[in-house]
Write a protein that binds this ligand. Sequence first.
Ligand SMILES: CCCCC/C=C\C/C=C\C/C=C\C=C\C(=O)SCCNC(=O)CCNC(=O)[C@H](O)C(C)(C)COP(=O)(O)OP(=O)(O)OC[C@H]1O[C@@H](n2cnc3c(N)ncnc32)[C@H](O)[C@@H]1OP(=O)(O)O
Ligand SMILES: Cc1cc2nc3c(=O)[nH]c(=O)nc-3n(C[C@H](O)[C@H](O)[C@H](O)COP(=O)(O)OP(=O)(O)OC[C@H]3O[C@@H](n4cnc5c(N)ncnc54)[C@H](O)[C@@H]3O)c2cc1C
Length: 627
Amino acid sequence: MDEQKVLSIKGLLDDTPEEYLSHKEKYENSIRKSVLFYKTLHSTEDENMSVDEKTKLNFRNIVTSAIFKDNSPFMLHNSMFIPTIMGQGTDEQREYWMKRAKNMEIIGTYAQTELGHGTFIRGLETQATYDPDTEEFVLHSPVLSSYKWWPGGLAHTANYCIVMARLYIKGKSHGIHPFMVQIRDEETHMPLPGIKLGEIGAKLGFNTVNNGFLGFENHRISRDRMLMKNAQVLKDGTFVAGSNSKLTYGTMVYVRVLIVSNMANMLAKAVTIALRYSAIRRQSQPKPDEPEPQILDYVTQQHKLFIAIASSHAFYMNAMWLWEIYYSVSLQLASGKLDNLPELHALACCLKPLSTIDATAMIEKCRLACGGHGYMLSANLAQTYGLATAAYTYEGENTVLLLQAARSLVKAWVGHVKGRPLKGTMAYLAGDSTVKAWDGSIDGIIQSFKVVAIRKISSVVKILQDYEKSGLSPEDAWNKASVFLTAASEAHGRAVLLSVYKSEMDKRAAVLSPPLRKVLLQLVDLYVTYWALEKVGDMLLYASITDKDVDELQRRYIELLAAIRPNAVGLVDAFDFRDEILNSTLGAYDGRAYERLMEEAMKSPLNAEPVNQTFHKYLKPFMRGKL
Ligand SMILES: CCCCC/C=C\C/C=C\C/C=C\C=C\C(=O)SCCNC(=O)CCNC(=O)[C@H](O)C(C)(C)COP(=O)(O)OP(=O)(O)OC[C@H]1O[C@@H](n2cnc3c(N)ncnc32)[C@H](O)[C@@H]1OP(=O)(O)O
Ligand SMILES: Cc1cc2nc3c(=O)[nH]c(=O)nc-3n(C[C@H](O)[C@H](O)[C@H](O)COP(=O)(O)OP(=O)(O)OC[C@H]3O[C@@H](n4cnc5c(N)ncnc54)[C@H](O)[C@@H]3O)c2cc1C
């Protein structure tokens, strides 16, 4: 895909800033641009690349950033509707639906969350009752809380959707399964009979994604609309269970992995904006006889921003590593081999939360590092924050996912104590849990993070066991210990993030030019040292670091900031975001932030006239005491 070609399409980029459009106009404008973009995508698509690959490669970098300061109403079509057909449909269903979906003959979404349930999938109330007489499913929303609520594109855009509903056959529940449901007429786009649709209203962000609600009133669909790769309903109503009920949740694992790479992208955008602005912004005069310095020369500013560059690299390396695991587990699942699914699930339940927690916090720090101009919507930092912070919640709320990971860690540890071998990314738990002496090397610090994880996991297992010995039920013990369970998962996630970033960089270092290797490894050192200082309490408690070692670490950290400073602008330029994609008055490549701020200000509708009509209508009479 030639970005130049896409970005040069007339009408893709806005003349009127989206900030000055109404809620309805924003949506309508997004549809207009999404259609323009997709027409380009299809007109220039390389036959060998699947649309899914193309949209994954390009959609994220161009559509969601360049022509939207928000996400597209088509977002769920690519990120969940298509992947669910691929992962949950039979060969025949895939053959039929993928063709229509890839060609954009239909637009879909993924409707799982309900007004009353998001996290607790087993609590979903939308019913799909099988009628063997007509070989149909009857979809019904029995109560208000069972209305689907949140799915992107559901309100006015999609005409099909994957509905996750509770399957009933002869009065018996068979759990949650995916159903392909047409929700709007393909010609008139009117909601089909028995289907209530609407938009859920304005949000902190995602205001062009068209998140909607969906209620069913005994709406009938044919039997072949249940996606039956993992479980089947035969004509006579016989239910054939899948090898693992959680295979139905496969799309969520896929998206959680996607989110890690998406956070790398979001954070890279934000730090490019903030760092470039910090290079052109001059402020204060620490030295009376010298000009105002670039704010990038303030070490506090470097402390705010350089970790964001390193974190984007770390998330990217971890995401690529996780994708490899995802694809290999997916191949194993296809051949019925399920034993690596729990580890993939646990990994995704660690890395999705940590990457979204860190990215959200660091994007906000990028905004704050730009002072007043960072508060302008034209800087595109607030919107980037809004997009990133949504990922804390969607695709599995972070606390809940960290608790899921804790389930796996506790099971692994209890098994290890009983002599069961540990494997994969949890194998290190069998390692030495005492650090003889603090080894301030990067590998030594990473080892210390592993020791912290081992110690936190083993101690929370002890807490659980003590609670149960005291008479608490396993569920109550789990809830009582849950703060420390999430802390143990975070510690495991940190150890994974650090060790994968280091090892993936070491693999690549050999092929890098010496100057590039030096700079990129400085970022690894900065990342590891930053987190050792952030988690200095854990280091003191579990990793036998002394106050002298901490002092040394602090000095090393400051030296690393100074070492990175000369390459800081080059490092964000290397993310290679076009100005149209950054979509920011502060982050443009030419550094003309002040001129762009003024240009954008003049686009405010209020600047169309020197005196607003409210002066004569309200102010003047008021000020003359005549109101
Ligand atoms: C910029 C644009 C382009 C890129 C953008 C990138 C991404 C954006 C794309 C989409 C985002 C936009 C929209 C968002 C969509 C959504 O949010 S869709 C809805 C998502 N909803 C969820 O994720 C719900 C979260 N809840 C759950 O996953 C489960 O309910 C939970 C696991 C939390 C608890 O379920 P429960 O049944 O109670 O689980 P148990 O604790 O009993 O565990 C049961 C066992 O099952 C195993 N397990 C659970 N989930 C999975 C899984 N997904 N895969 C494999 N295994 C799973 C679990 O480990 C337990 O096993 P054991 O019993 O321990 O052996
Ligand atoms: C921008 C956005 C887009 C979305 N798009 C879609 C979409 O396209 N399709 C779709 O189906 N859904 C979508 N969602 C919904 C999303 O998946 C849910 O919001 C998410 O799964 C969280 O569920 P919930 O909102 O019910 O929160 P809850 O689960 O009600 O969480 C509320 C609080 O309860 C806590 N909590 C809940 N359960 C537990 C537990 N077991 N232990 C401890 N604490 C717990 C949570 O930690 C949290 O603090 C979207 C959400 C957002 C914000």
